[in-house]
Design a protein around this ligand. Sequence first.
Ligand SMILES: Nc1nc2c(ncn2[C@@H]2O[C@H](COP(=O)(O)O[C@H]3[C@@H](O)[C@H](n4cnc5c(=O)[nH]c(N)nc54)O[C@@H]3COP(=O)(O)O)[C@@H](O)[C@H]2O)c(=O)[nH]1
Length: 836
Amino acid sequence: MDSFRDKSAAKQAIPTSPNKPRSTKWHRMYFFLAGFDVLVVVLSVLLNHLIVDTYHRSIKANQSWVQQLSSYSTLGSLASTVNAPGNNVFDTHNVEAESRNMNEALRVFNEHLAMAKKQLEVRIAHEAEHSADIQAFTLALKDEVGAVDAAMVEMVNEALLIFSYFREGQSDNAGKRMATMDRKFALLLASLSTVRDRVGLIQSKLLEEELESVEELRRVEYAIMVFVLLMVSAAMIYGGKIRREMESQAAEREGYLAVLRESEKQARQQASLLDKAQDAIVVHGMDNRILYWNKSAERLYGLSKEEALGKSAQELIYQGSAAFNAATNSLIETGDWADEVTLRRRDGCTITLESHRTLVRDDDGQPQSVLSINTDITHRKTAEQEVQRLAFYDQLTGLANRRLMLDRLQHLLAGSSRRLHTSGIILIDLDNFKALNDTLGHDRGDMLLQQVALRLCGCIRESDTVARLGGDEFVVLLDGLNENPPEAAIQAKAIGEKILKSLNISYQLDGYEHHSTPSLGIALFQGQLSTADDILKRADLAMYRAKAAGRNTMRFFDPEMQAVATARARLEVDLRQGLQDNEFILHYQPQVNSEGRIIGAEALMRWQNPERGVVFPGEFIPLAEETGLILPLGRWALQAACTQLVAWARHSETARLGMAVNVSARQFHHPDFVEEVLQVLRYTGADPKKLKLELTEGLLIEDMEGTVAKMIELKEIGIGLSLDDFGTGYSSLSYLKSLPLDQLKIDQSFIRDVLVDSNDAAIACAIVSLSKILGLSVIAEGVETEAQRTFLVKHGCQTYQGFLFSPPLPAEQFVEYVRERFMASTDFPWTKTESP
Ligand SMILES: Nc1nc2c(ncn2[C@@H]2O[C@H](COP(=O)(O)O[C@H]3[C@@H](O)[C@H](n4cnc5c(=O)[nH]c(N)nc54)O[C@@H]3COP(=O)(O)O)[C@@H](O)[C@H]2O)c(=O)[nH]1
C-alpha cells in the first residue's frame, strides 16, 4: 500500500510546493520590469530624436536668419551704391553716366530686395511652427522691409530730380535738393537698420526658444536615463533571482515528475495486485472521499469503482452512521481500528465485515488518508449465530435454554457477592400442562408454551432473563433488586403478581380457548456462598409449596420473606382503605422555648385502624411514599393541621401558636405542591405566617434549582421552612448557604446520647454554631431529660421538642396541656435568629 502513499504524496507535493506562489510573483515582476524597460528605451529614443531634431531645426533657422541678416546688410551697401551717383554728379557733372550708374545700382538693389522679400514670405508661410512672438516679429519685419522699399523710392526720386536739374543747368536748384536727398538716404539707412535689428531680435528669440525646449527635453531625458538605470539594475538583480528560481523549479518539477511517473507505475502494478485480493480494500481521505476501491470492494458492496470514487465513504458504505465518525476519531487517536461492522448493502442484503482501518500519515505526520481492509464474515457470523442459537436457546420458544440460564445465574451470583443489591429467581411451572398435552395434543401444548414465553417477556425488564428449562418449566432471573431483602422481596412479589396475572389470561390455541394457571417459586440471594444449583433447588421447593397451596399462586423459599411480602401487600391494601375510611388523625407535640413556654406544635400523623389499632408513621409512611399514597395523605395532613391552626386562632391561649407540618420528598417534588399549599391556606383561612414546613435533607438531593425555587415561593407567601433531621443526611455548607431556610432541627439521634457521647455533643454544638453563622434559628428534637435541656441551653440552643415536655397529643389533650401552662408571648421564633 506504499504506492498509495507515494503516489498521493507526489501528487500533493507538486501543487503544494511552497515556491510556487513565490515564483509566480517573480515572473510577474520580471515581465513587468522588462515591459517597463522596453517602454522607457522607446521613449528615450524618441526624446533623443526630438532633441536632435530641435537642434537641427534651430541651427537651420539660425543659418537662414544669418543669411537674411547679411542679405539686409548687403541691401545697406547696395543702397549706398544707389545713393552715390546723386552725390557724384556734383563732382563729375556727367549726368548721363551717373544716371546710368544709379539705375544699374537700383536694379541690383531691387533684385536683392525682391529676393529678401521672397525669403521673408517663405518664412512667414512656415512661421506657424514657431511661437506667437516670433510670428508677430516676422510680420512686423515684412512691414519694415516695405518701408525700406518706400524709402528707396523716395531717395531715388530725389536723385532723379537732381539729375534733371543738372540736365537743365539748374545746378543751384540741384544743390538745394542735395540736402533733401541726403535726408531721404538717411531715412533709407534707418529703415534698413530697423530691419536688421528686427532680424537680429527674431534670431535671438528663436535661439532662446529652441534652447528652452532643448533644455526641457534634456531634463526629461536625464530623468528617463536615471529611471532606466534603476530599472535595468532591478531587472538585473531580480532577473538573476528569477533565473535561479526557475532553474531550481524546473529541476524540482523534473524530479517530481520522475517520482510521479515511477509511483504511478508502481501504483498501477500494485493496484492490479490489490484487485486480485479477496478482501475489499478501500482508501479514503480525511474528508471521507473515496480514493481507492478495489475489485473485491465492487463485489462486496455492490458498487462499481466509478460509482464509489470521490463519494463519501460514510454516506456510501455506512449510510451516514455516526458510529463511522466515532471509529474515525478513535482511529486518529490510536492509528488503528478494528471491529466487526454490520451494513446494509444497496440491494438490501445485510453483510457483516471484519474491518481493519489504518491511518496513513504524510511526511509531516499529519493524517492523510485511511486504508480500510474489509473481510466478508457474513457466512461465518450466520453459522456462529446458528450454533449459538442451537446451543443456548430453546428451539420452540426462542427463550434462553437451561445452559444459558445457568451461565447468567452464575454471573448474577458473582455480581451479587460484589455489589450490595439483591437478585432473585422465579421458577414458573404451568399447572396441569400434562393434561393439556394429553387431551389437545402436543401441537397445542407447544402453542401454549410459545404464548407463555411471549407473555413472560412482557412482564420483565430488559436486564432480566426469561428461560425455558424444558417441558412447562420456565425461569425468570431478576437482577438489581433492592439491597434491603424485605424491600427486594416486595419487588420480586410485584413481578410474581404481574406474571400470575398475565399467565391467567386465556389462550387461543388454534381455535380453542384454553385457560392455564402457573405456580411460582421465588428465591432471593445476596452474595451468599450459594451455588446456582442450590438456588434453583430453593426456587423449586418454593414452587412446590405454591402447588401445595392450591396452585395458581406464588411462594417464597424463605418463610420470613414470604411473611414480609404478604404483610407489605396487606398494609398497602389497608392503607388505601384507611384513606377512604378517614382512619387518619393528627397528634400535636409541643415546641417549647428556653423559658418553658409553648411556641407551637409539630403535627404528627397517626393511623387508627380497626384491626391494627394505632399505627405510627414509621410503619406506613415509607410504603405510602413508595406507592404514591403519600400525596393524598400529605395533602390531608396539611389541611387538617391548617384547620387546627384556624381553630386555635379563635382562642386566646392558643391564638399565637405556630404549626410545623412534615412534608415528604415525593410530596414536595410534585409539580403542584406550592399550588396545593396555597389552596389549603385559602380553603382553611389559616395564617401562612403560623405555618412551618419541615423538609428533610434527602429532599434536597434531587433538582436543587427547582427545590430552591419552590422554597422561595413558599417563603414569599410567609410560610416558615425548617430542615428536619439535620445532621443525618448530606449536609453541606455550600447547599445550606443557598437555601432560603428559617430553622435547623437537630436530629434526635444526636440528642439521645448528647451527654454521654462526645461526638454527638460536638455535632449538636456544631449545628447550633452553624445556625448562628447562617442566621437561622435552631430547635432540638427528642429532648427527654432536664440534663439534655440544660446542656442545650448552655450551648446556645433555646427551642426544644421532646418527651421532657410532652409526647405528641390528640388535639383536645394538646389544648388542655397548653392551658395548663403559660403561653409564650413571643412571635414565631423560627423566623428569627436566636441569641444565646
Ligand atoms: N410526611 C409526613 N411524615 C410524617 C407525618 N407525621 C409523621 N411523619 C414522619 O414520621 C416520623 C415519625 O413520627 P412519629 O412516630 O410521630 O415520631 C415523632 C415523635 O413521636 C418522636 N419524638 C418526639 N419526641 C421524642 C422523644 O423525646 N423521644 C423519642 N424517642 N421520640 C420522640 O419523634 C418524631 C418526630 O420527629 P421529627 O418529625 O423528625 O421531628 C417523623 O419523624 C416524620 O418524619 C406526616 O404527617 N407527614
